[in-house]
Design a protein around this ligand. Structure first.
Ligand code: ATP
Ligand code: MG
Length: 784
């Protein structure tokens, strides 16, 4: 029988075609990045629909993110030549499980209109249970319990099948509290995120009839990014596929990057054992990237042990080498990338012109986005943040900003509402209503209403004490901002003369700068502490974001100026369409591709992250290396890796070492770009307007082992002469009375280390006062 011509099959390579046409029985497509796994999977769906092999509702297709699900729907629609309607079971694990659970809620004691709790609700509930159990939640925060329980759910452990080894969790009370929590959720007719899968798995395990029904129903199962499934997801798939075994999983062991969330790359390796006789298809031709980019990615990932090992090749033209560049600090890195993006639109360095939609910046940690967002807003470059809120929209940033707003304008009721009970101060809905009513009755802002309420003793207990402390704190912090303004006017002798112009130095009040004030507010209010005690996986990221917020403040004269900047930013952004550059984390970039990719912040401690390096053994760093592989392989034509020699953390300079992954790049495929400033380039170091400090920093950077290696490689290149740069610096240091790293004493700020030299101006990291720029003549050397 002659098959209908199927244009969508043309252009597939033989292996892809095999994956598309092998419809019955288990199929594992195991292949490196950009080899067309997702394309083959999508085409497979189209092929099944087109040949009448399956109806749309018989196909269960699971993707990792909503974005991926949307894209797959679009691609199917495109290949079918009509919108992919009636594919009800194409989505993420969670979205599919919600539907299933609504149908069978009663089997686990829920009603079909159950609510899905968000993290806040979940925490509130756990906190109640922790308190009821008489546990000191200072020592054993409810958040820690939330993390433990999430983790158990990822592993499909219910209170009934929790392994004995977990008995000691959360001071030995974890298992009992887990049981209570699950019972309470049922009473409330609610589920948390982890329950969505867990309940469905339980139903399948205990109700053969229900399972059999879905096994018949989902005649064909397909899973993208299989390497990142956790145990609960794996069980769910295995149960559904157990009958007909028509399951097709695609993945890449080298791209397994969710180990921290309970994903087990072992699942992919076990596939053949679980489904004997599986057709295993390997794809080796990469259709995404140039040979240089592929070589760089392959070289980095080859540092990992125990890989399945795959060779990738491509027919693409040689193209650009991977570009590598080091900067003085993070701000300069952002500035350079901004300029580069701008230049690339018109075509630069012999490259074709790219649109903003073609370009992406992929960061390791979300707090890195702030520098780019600020920079792009400053130069009016449209951008979008994918996979999460933009920096200033994040919960912890909004909370912190609400504190700052209240300090500068106490009548800001929205800010007051936001933080009055964050962290928890025992001021629940009732107490807040009382404050509202008192304020309204007196026609005053909430903070004044609260004052009146306290004076009238209209509030009692812990709430009253804590509210008193909060108001007292707000008053104190507000008085410190006023001190700041006076101080700057009085502080005549610390004015620095710069090329004839008078430049005011932000010394702030004797006791505190606005940056220190911001830290004080976050500390004394208990806000920072709230996240420090938080044991959920997101907490460290939130703390990083808070640090980053404080860092952003340094570029402004005072809190007020900063708040104005942010409100302008937020205003600016309302919805406009058009081309935009994308900013996202490496995790969010999985499965995506862009002609131009920037990979900033390749520094040990940032990437690989400090946590992964602290972890014993190689596991942590190996997962980071896979992330590096994911990052590089997102690029089609131009891939630029960069790092900074210094980063500022809490007002302190920290010098950074280039990432060990930079050492692992293959020299023949990398071009080292000359940093700006080194040879009369246009940009000075952030806030310093100097090329000298840039050079010092660069010299430091170049002295790292990674750079030395790259230097020798590119020694013959006329444009790249880092060795000379360090020589210049040494000469300049010889004529200066002070040297980098020297410990000195300043009349006003005490002891500190020199971290920058610019003529007679020194950047000093003071032990008490933090980093400041001062005039050399106010400095005396010390003996140590
Ligand atoms: P990742 O591991 O990053 O998810 P992948 O293996 O899923 O990658 P795809 O995203 O499916 O790869 O494909 C990468 C690119 O190659 C896409 O732009 C896709 O359209 C293209 N491509 C895939 N197969 C072919 C082919 N046979 N001919 C031409 N282009 C192809
Ligand atoms: Mg893919």
């Amino acid at each position: 029988m002659a098959a209908r011509p199927s244009p969508y099959l043309e252009g597939l390579n033989p292996e892809q075609r095999k994956a598309v046409e092998t419809i019955d029985g288990p199929v594992l497509m195991l292949a490196g990045a950009g080899t067309g796994k997702t394309k083959a999977l999508t085409t497979r769906i189209v092929h099944m629909l087109n040949t009448g092999k399956a109806r749309p509702n018989e196909i269960l297709a699971v993707t990792f993110t909503n974005k991926a699900a949307r894209e797959m729907k679009n691609r199917v629609g495109h290949l079918l030549g009509q919108p992919a309607e009636g594919m009800p079971w194409l989505g993420t694990f969670h979205s599919i499980c919600v539907k299933l659970l609504r149908r069978h809620a009663e089997l686990v004691g829920l009603k079909s209109n159950f609510t899905i709790l968000d993290t806040d609700d979940q925490l509130r509930l756990l906190k109640q249970l922790v308190q009821a159990a008489g546990i000191d939640d200072k020592r054993w925060p409810a958040r820690a319990l939330a993390g433990v329980i999430d983790n158990w759910k990822n592993r499909a452990w219910t209170p009934d099948n929790l392994p004995a080894a977990e008995a000691g969790a959360y001071d030995g009370k974890g298992p009992a509290l887990y049981r209570q929590y699950q019972a309470r959720l049922i009473e409330l007719n609610a589920v948390d995120f982890g329950d969505l899968l867990l309940h469905v798995v339980s139903i399948f395990q205990t109700h053969d009839d229900v399972l059999a029904q879905y096994q018949r129903w989902f005649r064909f199962i397909m899973v993208d990014e299989y390497q990142d499934t956790n145990v609960a997801q794996y069980l769910w798939l295995r149960l559904l596929a157990a009958g007909h075994k028509n399951i097709c999983c695609v993945g890449d062991d080298d791209q397994s990057i969710y180990g921290w969330r309970g994903a087990e790359v072992g699942n992919i390796l076990r596939f053949e054992a679980d489904f004997p006789g599986a057709a295993v298809i390997r794809l080796e031709q990469n259709y995404r990237s140039t040979p240089h980019i592929l070589a760089a990615a392959s070289s980095v990932i080859s540092g990992n042990q125990g890989r399945l090992g795959k060779e990738l090749w491509t027919e693409a033209e040689t193209g650009e080498k991977v570009r590598l560049i080091g900067h003085w600090d993070g701000e300069e890195e952002a500035r350079w990338i901004g300029e580069e993006v701008d230049a690339m639109q018109g075509g630069t360095r012999g490259l074709r012109g790219f649109s903003l939609d073609d370009m992406a910046i992929l960061v390791r940690a979300s707090h890195q986005m702030r520098a780019f967002e600020d920079r792009f807003l400053t130069i009016g470059m449209p951008y979008r943040v994918i996979g999460g809120p933009r920096f200033y929209e994040r919960m912890e940033i909004r909370d912190a900003m609400a504190y700052f707003r209240l300090v500068t304008s106490p009548a800001d009721d929205l800010a007051f509402e936001r933080i009055v009970n964050t962290p928890k101060r025992g001021l629940g809905d009732k107490a807040q209503q009382k404050i509202q009513m008192t304020a309204r009755a007196n026609g005053v802002p909430l903070i004044e209403g609260a004052r009146i309420l306290l004076a009238e003793k209209g509030l009692g207990g812990k709430g009253a004490i804590e509210l008193g402390k909060l108001i007292e704190g707000l008053d104190r912090w507000a008085s410190l901002t006023q001190g700041e303004l006076r101080r700057v006017a009085l502080d005549a002798d610390s004015v620095v003369e710069d090329g004839g112009e008078i430049e005011r130095v932000e010394y702030g009040p004797p006791e505190m700068t606005h940056v220190e004030l911001a830290e004080t507010i976050l500390d004394e209010s208990g806000y920072t502490g709230m996240w420090q005690n938080d044991k959920t996986p997101e907490a460290p990221g939130r703390l990083e974001n808070l640090k980053e917020l404080v860092k952003a403040l340094e570029q402004f004269e005072n809190l007020q100026g900063f708040l104005e900047h942010v409100s302008l930013i937020m205003d600016n952004e309302a919805g406009e369409d058009g081309e935009k550059i994308s900013i996202m984390t490496l995790h969010a970039a999985k499965g995506l591709e862009f002609p131009v990719v920037f990979l900033p912040g390749w520094e040990d401690g940032l990437f690989p992250s400090q946590r992964s390096m602290d972890e014993s053994g190689q596991r942590g760093v190996e997962e980071e290396r896979r992330l590096a592989y994911v990052g590089i392989t997102r690029a089609e034509e131009v891939c630029t890796i960069s790092f900074a020699g210094n980063r500022r953390v809490y007002g302190q300079w920290q010098s950074q070492m280039p990432s060990r992954f930079i050492d692992e790049l293959p020299e023949d495929h990398v071009e080292v770009l000359t940093p700006p400033g080194l040879y009369g380039g246009g940009y000075g170091a952030a806030g310093m307007n100097s090329t000298l400090e840039t050079r010092v920093a660069e010299a430091n950077v170049y002295n790292s082992p990674g750079w030395r290696r790259l230097q020798t490689r590119s020694a013959e290149r006329p444009t790249s002469q880092p060795r000379e740069a360090s020589k210049t610096v040494i000469d300049l240091q010889a004529v200066s009375a002070h040297s980098m790293g020297e410990r000195v004493f300043h009349q006003k700020f005490g002891y500190g280390l020199i971290i920058g030299i610019e003529g007679d101006k020194l950047e000093i990291d003071f032990e008490k006062a933090g980093a400041k720029k001062v005039v050399a003549r106010f400095i005396t050397g010390t003996d140590d």
